[in-house]
Design a protein around this ligand. Structure first.
Ligand code: ATP
Ligand code: MG
Length: 137
């Protein structure tokens, strides 16, 4: 059993498709261990994406992630990290396979609907970044 972090990004929240995205997780064997809607500050987004601090798109990424509320979710299930990445599809929605969340709900490489942890170690750190232990059930 693994846990991983998903973020429904501001573009998908603005499109009112939180429920449709959560349904993709639940319909594919993942359970919701925790979920909340928050508006990230610039400091939150900068810290969360600090591995990308030197990349040319970092400023836009922080600006986008703070442009509106997001929904942060702890997903739980067998191979949850890889399963979530598979359901999300490629970073660039133009390259995402048909039927993936990004193919169906994203419009561009920055407004790409969802985030998902890319390793079990990062998943643990990202869950701790957003949730207290008592909030994850
Ligand atoms: P995420 O970390 O959000 O789950 P990812 O793991 O598929 O996405 P990363 O390489 O970690 O992709 O990049 C983090 C985020 O930065 C991407 O989701 C995207 O929003 C943005 N990003 C990545 N590459 C570019 C780019 N070339 N131009 C603009 N934004 C980008
Ligand atoms: Mg990533």
């Amino acid at each position: 059993m693994e846990q991983t972090l998903s973020i429904i990004k501001p573009d998908a929240v603005a499109k009112n498709v939180i429920g449709k995205i959560v349904d993709r997780f639940e319909s594919n064997g993942l359970r919701i261990a925790s979920l909340k809607k928050i508006h990230l500050s610039g400091a939150d987004a900068g810290k969360f994406y600090e591995v990308h601090a030197q990349r040319p798109f970092f400023g836009e990424l922080v600006e986008f992630m703070t442009s509106g509320p997001v929904v942060v979710i702890v997903l739980e299930g067998e191979n949850a990290v890889a399963k979530n990445r598979e359901l999300m599809g490629a970073t660039d929605p133009k390259e995402a396979k048909a039927g993936t969340i990004r193919a169906d709900f994203a419009q561009s490489i920055d407004a790409n609907a969802v985030h998902g942890s890319d390793s079990l170690e990062n998943a643990k750190n990202e869950i701790n970044f957003f949730f207290a232990g008592r909030e994850v059930l």
